[in-house]
Design a protein around this ligand. Structure first.
Ligand code: ARG
Length: 461
């Protein structure tokens, strides 16, 4: 380790090595280097543009920063702990390259507005990448839904068989959850995309800077109105973690269903070898590790959200070193979400196969058509509650006789109520039960086809 620097002439001795290590963030904030360089280039250009430094100095700073970028890309820039953080590391290297001119970069700027700028630039680009991944995932869901409009699957409430639904309808439910996730990220993006650069340490600067100029160079949509708020706001990070937590809620719920579906008890899907794992001892096992890991990783993202909320709740204005803790929470969440979206997309696109025979047996062997018997009577003038009570009785009788509703003879039906006619059989056939739910947003095939069409339009936006 190189000699630990002293801060300024104010300090007489260097930091204790253990404290230097404790204080440093370079081991993880190196992730921000691209954004740090980009932000510094904008700052240097602004310093020259406003005449705070000469045009030539501005050009030298930009060239020096670009050199550091390429050194980093080539694996030649590996700052150690003594650099403390990515901001110092870049500035120090710049001074090595340019001499005294390098020391001018930090004019009219603080690491406080700098780190806020870097974090926003980082998150802004990650949000776009995650949105793209969500779109890809939605496309896979759409493709799967398109070929499964008339595949039936039991629908559940309380995890008890309730009414059969179209498999496409079930898949499109997740499509819509992800649609909200995509939109929510768009909202977060708008509030992330505001520049704190030029807020200085906390109070602005004595130099005639142009904050709008740097904001424009960095493609920010606006600037923070208040410098104290600008350097200490992390709402955007918390909002991102809220949106991320909801993405994970959705992926985790889907995972849980896939895990259930892959069990022998449900048997609705078969996992393909490319996306399943075996057991080290039980040779017959095929485990759904992918959805289990997604379900498990959900906790990390929730944890990071909680960590940031607690991090912020007691902070007085303005910057406090506590804020350094925001980074690992964001980096780990971004990495987790991206890997989960990728793995789930692969699983869905090529890692599982629905088992039509099991699905068909499931929807043909229960009482999930009971509501339709009640609806049949209600449509023929019997008050619904009366019909409901009568069908309850029918189900009880069937259970006693070991029969399903479709096994009752017409005579038996008519003994129960004279309104029953031959068409009761078609009314309770699973595909008719599904088709008949033709209300907007329902599972009827016509509605599902409409929903597919609407979904295609939604992702074009
Ligand atoms: N590494 C610091 C962070 O991540 C940079 C800002 C430090 N500012 C300061 N006043 N110590 O927050």
């Amino acid at each position: 380790m190189t000699e630990q620097k002293t801060w300024s002439q104010r300090f007489e001795s260097a930091l204790h090595p253990a404290i230097a290590l404790f204080n440093a963030s370079i081991t993880f904030d190196i992730e921000l280097i691209e954004y740090d360089i980009t932000g510094s280039i904008a700052h240097a250009k602004m310093l020259a543009h406003t005449g705070i430094i000469s045009t030539q100095e501005g050009e030298q700073l930009v060239a020096g920063l670009e050199q550091i970028r390429s050194e980093y890309h080539q694996g030649q820039f590996n700052p150690g702990i003594e650099a403390e953080d990515v901001h110092f590391a870049v500035e120090r290297r710049l001074t090595e390259i340019l001499g005294d001119v390098g020391k001018k970069l930090h004019t009219a700027r603080s690491r406080n507005d700098q780190v806020g700028t870097d974090t926003r630039l980082y998150l802004r680009s990650q949000i776009s990448l995650i949105q793209t991944q969500i779109r890809e995932f939605q496309r896979v869901l759409l493709e799967l839904a398109e070929v499964n409009v008339e595949t039936l699957i039991p629908g559940y409430t309380h995890l008890q068989r309730a009414q059969p639904v179209s498999l496409a309808h079930h898949l499109l439910a997740y499509f819509q959850m992800l649609q909200r996730d995509w939109e929510r990220l768009g909202d977060v993006y708008r509030r992330t995309n505001i520049s704190p650069l030029g807020c200085g340490a906390l109070a602005g600067t004595t130099f005639p800077i142009d904050r709008h100029y740097t904001a424009e160079l960095l493609d920010f949509a606006g600037v923070y109105e208040n410098s104290l708020d600008g350097v200490s706001d992390r709402d955007f990070a918390i909002e991102f973690l809220c949106a991320s937590s909801l993405i994970m809620v959705h992926l985790s719920r889907f995972s849980e269903e896939i895990i259930l579906w892959a069990s022998e008890e449900f048997g609705f899907v078969k996992l393909k070898d490319s996306c399943a794992t075996g057991s080290s001892i039980m040779p017959q096992k095929k485990n759904p590790d992918v959805p289990e890991l997604v379900r498990g990783k959900t906790g990390r993202v929730f944890g990071h959200l909680q960590a940031l909320l607690v991090l912020m709740k007691g902070l007085p204005l303005a910057y406090n070193k506590d804020l350094q803790e925001d980074k690992e929470a964001l980096f780990d969440s971004v990495k987790t979400i991206k890997s989960c979206l990728e793995a789930m997309k692969i699983l869905l696109a090529e890692g599982l196969e629905f088992r039509p025979e099991r699905l068909s047996t499931a929807v043909n062997s229960d009482f999930s058509n009971a509501t339709d018997v009640a609806d049949y009577l209600a449509a023929r003038g019997v008050p619904f509650r009366e019909a409901y009570n009568l069908v309850g009785k029918v189900v009880r009788i069937c259970l006693e006789k070991g029969k399903l509703l479709k096994d009752l003879t017409l005579v038996e039906w008519q003994e129960l109520h004279p309104a029953f006619e031959e068409d009761i059989y078609s009314a309770i056939a699973p595909s008719q039960v599904v088709a008949a739910r033709n209300s907007y947003g329902g599972t009827g095939f016509e509605q599902v086809r409409l929903a597919l069409k609407n979904a295609r339009t939604q992702i074009q936006a």
